[in-house]
Design a protein around this ligand. Structure first.
Ligand code: FES
Length: 362
């Protein structure tokens, strides 16, 4: 066979078809076609690797008859089965790795489903051994596979517990000592002192705060006093000139005392040296400055301090008063009312009561 020219699968199949159709005399004889087909099938078998154990299909060719395509394929398969027994697994494996796409379109007979199934189920010796040595299957498995799995290893017996040594006794310094009982009265006194201290701290704060507070207060008072010193004193005395009403409101012989408290003056409608006048007497005693009182029943002014007495016209007649009461200036204002001016004084011993400004004739 080595000296013969090798034919491709396409050539073999073409020759077979020609033979089937009875054309051409150049069709190779069965003796020639069989080896060629054997080579082609061997190469196809090396690519598809059919199982070697399956028996080759029996041929229906009779002696002296031209083999059909089916017979040629059957012969090729029978020859491949013999080749499968050869230790040429690496060669077949290498041939299987070759791209069979080129051979497939040329050999449509090799694409039969039965042949595919045979090739898929074929296993090499190495893979069979590896599967046999494998103890467990990775991933999910069926019940049948699970039943084939070896039994789980028995659990290791539990380790014996190590004996725990007893706890040592507590040392003396670790034992808590109860505090001695405190006298209840002493505790109460301490509580009271604490409350007092807290109250004092709340009221006055710390000593430093108290000192600064005192200093701030003193400085504030000094500032206020300095500011007050910068302004003059203001006298709240009543005005020296004021009106007391119309002359008709003063009856003859009557001493009007209602202006004593506000203005310090008596308005008298009396007679002086035989002349009826309206004059204003000062309420200041000429002894030491006390304020005499008008005694209506006795018709005199009586000083409560040393007992000086004055008549209705103001002439002194008893007591230590050395001189008569003083008069203030009096006049009829533009509006007809009686106006008194305390800025001007008139003394009787000085002969000033004869001044027309010291009285109003009525
Ligand atoms: Fe009026 Fe002395 S003060 S009698």
């Amino acid at each position: 066979m080595a000296d013969k020219k090798k034919m491709s699968v396409a050539e073999i199949l073409a020759a077979a078809r020609q033979q089937d159709s009875g054309e051409g005399d150049a069709t190779p004889s069965p003796a020639e076609a069989a080896p060629a087909a054997e080579e082609v099938v061997e190469s196809a078998a090396s690519a598809e690797s059919p199982p070697a154990e399956e028996p080759a299909p029996a041929t229906t060719m009779k002696p002296g008859e031209r083999p059909s395509v089916k017979d040629i394929l059957a012969m090729a398969r029978s020859g491949e089965s013999g080749a499968a027994t050869k230790p040429a697994a690496p060669k077949a494996k290498a041939a299987a790795e070759k791209p069979a796409a080129a051979a497939k379109p040329k050999a449509p007979a090799a694409k039969k489903p039965a042949a595919k199934k045979e090739v898929a189920e074929r296993k090499t010796t190495a893979s069979i051994l590896a599967a046999a040595r494998r103890t467990s299957k990775a991933g999910p498995m069926s019940k049948a596979e699970a039943a084939k799995q070896p039994a789980a290893k028995p659990k290791a017996p539990p380790k014996p517990k190590r004996p725990v040594p007893p706890m040592p006794e507590k040392p003396a310094y670790a034992i808590p000592v109860e505090p001695p009982e405190v006298d209840q009265s002493r505790r109460t006194a301490m509580k009271a002192a604490g409350v007092t201290a807290i109250a004092a701290a709340a009221l006055f704060g710390s000593a430093l705060r108290l000192g600064f507070t005192s200093l701030a207060t003193t400085l504030s008072l000094w500032g206020l006093a300095t500011a007050r010193f910068m302004f003059p004193n203001i006298l709240t005395e009543p005005p020296s000139r004021f009106k007391v009403g119309f002359p008709d409101s003063f009856s003859p012989g009557v001493v009007e005392t209602k202006f004593k408290a506000q203005f310090g003056v008596w308005v008298v409608n009396g007679s002086y040296r035989g002349e009826q006048q309206l004059y204003a007497l000062s309420t200041v005693c000429t002894h030491l400055g006390c304020t005499p009182n008008w005694l209506e029943a006795e018709q005199k002014f009586k000083c409560p301090c040393h007992g000086s007495g004055f008549y209705k016209d103001g002439i002194n007649f008893e007591g230590p008063a050395p001189r008569p009461l003083e008069r203030y200036a009096i006049r009829i204002a533009d509006d007809g009312q009686v106006e008194i001016d305390k800025s001007r004084r008139f003394q009787e011993e000085m002969g000033q009561w004869s001044d027309p400004a010291s009285f109003v004739s009525v």
